[in-house]
Design a protein around this ligand. Structure first.
Ligand code: CA
Length: 234
């Protein structure tokens, strides 16, 4: 089955070049020409990757990215008009996987698309019982039942541990800063001990890691935050 790419672009010359170039590589291409259409098409067509221009009519690419990230970990590549804009966009931490600046070479873009597609390793969607599940490696999180199992065995997780794990799973392979984790799980007005996050991570590791003293799944990125690693493929 060919992988579906949602191209969000308002410059017609780019749209035409991408439609041709990506189709030639075997991708199924759908096009949105403004931000609102992008959100609509994303919901309806469930693409495997989004190529997202930053400057768009009606809703900016940054807002589109944020909206998609509220409920999806689909790979997103952001496209900026100038390379000098990339730093600004990256600094906003909207949750994109990669960035390219116009003008770009189609061959380079396609290489980046292939890398980003390989990174999306989790399975999400209804299971046999119709429940929404997230799966990363041997961790399975059932959003409908609010339950988690590790290597086939159900583990009891208090609410905040569940929330931290879910956020890490949605962002598998990406570093989440301490600020983002605390903000999303405890709320922006959280004023408690910043060690709380580390305590929760420690408890999570005890439940998901085969050897919690040598964590391989939830790793610490020193001075930044934490990352859930994608499963190693053999
Ligand atoms: Ca544009």
């Amino acid at each position: 089955m060919s992988e579906r790419i949602l191209v969000v672009e308002d410059e017609e010359s780019y749209v035409e070049a991408l439609q041709l170039g990506l189709a030639r590589e075997g991708f199924d291409v759908i096009v949105a020409r403004d931000g609102l259409e992008a959100v609509e098409l994303f919901e309806r067509e469930t693409p495997d990757l989004v190529l997202l221009d930053v400057m768009l009519p009606r809703l900016s690419g940054i807002d589109v990215c944020r909206q998609i990230r509220q409920h999806s970990s689909v790979p997103i590549i952001m496209v900026t008009a100038k390379s000098s804009e990339i730093d600004t966009v990256v600094g906003l931490e909207v949750g994109a996987d990669d960035y390219v600046a116009k003008p770009y070479r189609l061959r380079e873009l396609i290489a980046r698309i292939r890398v980003a597609l390989r990174r999306g390793v989790e399975v999400t969607g209804p299971n046999a019982s119709g429940d929404d599940v997230l799966i990363v490696g041997d961790i399975e999180l059932n959003e409908s039942r609010h339950s988690v199992s590790v290597r086939g065995i159900e583990v009891a997780l208090p609410l905040k541990e569940y929330d931290v794990l879910r956020l890490l799973m949605i962002n598998v392979g990406k570093v989440l800063t301490r600020e983002i984790l605390i903000d999303r799980v405890w709320g922006a007005d959280y004023v408690g001990d910043t060690k709380t996050l580390d305590v929760h991570i420690k408890r999570l590791r005890a439940k998901v890691e085969p050897d919690p003293t040598n964590p391989q799944q939830i790793t610490t990125v020193r001075g930044v935050g934490y990352r859930l690693n994608p499963p190693q493929r053999s």
